[in-house]
Design a protein around this ligand. Sequence first.
Ligand SMILES: C[S@@+](CC[C@H](N)C(=O)[O-])C[C@H]1O[C@@H](n2cnc3c(N)ncnc32)[C@H](O)[C@@H]1O
Length: 205
Amino acid sequence: MWKRFFSRQARRPSGLFGRFVSRVIFDKGNQPLNTLMLEVMAPQPGQAVLEIGFGCGSVIKSVADAVGGGRVEGIDFSDAMMDVARKRNRHHIEAGRVVLTHGDFDAASYAQSAFDTVCSANTIYFWPDPAATCSRIHSVLKPGGRVVLAFVDKSKMDSMPLDMDIFRPMAAGTVAGLLEAAGFSAVETRSVPDNAAMLCVAGRK
Ligand SMILES: C[S@@+](CC[C@H](N)C(=O)[O-])C[C@H]1O[C@@H](n2cnc3c(N)ncnc32)[C@H](O)[C@@H]1O
């Protein structure tokens, strides 16, 4: 019962528990993976970046700090995370540098070739049709744009007390194969230096 409750909250945080979980787990526990994702993305001034499933919005803030006159968008289908991320990015939102959308990326209507980078950390386990989502990411990227997906490897996730009806753990090779099948090239995998199970798979359109 706890496993199911926790797994549901991880997929889509809600209420007070969601807000608490986000601060303790997303901000602290996911920090090494989010740091790796930022390193791999290496956001540059003027770029347009989209994050899928921004959680409490720490990556959005770091990217907005880095892209200067660029544009940072985020989409997340959790009310609780919208509130937390909005507060954290209030200044960037008011200045028009960050746009946060409440919704499901799979149903969103982003223009084709709109972004230089699309990133997402710890969401791929929940995608109902990962191949279709990777194709959508490919379509919203500019030619030459990059996708960066960060996640904990299946070898580690399989031993964690999670509800596997909600989580679908992914291996690095599976994610790399999904990106190649969606049309990405130069697909590469990197891990957190002292934690080989924390991975980033990136590719170029
Ligand atoms: C486990 S949390 C990860 C949060 C953050 N990326 C991190 O690594 O700390 C998953 C987040 O993705 C959001 N999410 C999952 N699938 C999504 C989708 N298809 N569209 C939008 N948001 C999604 C959830 O609401 C939640 O905030």
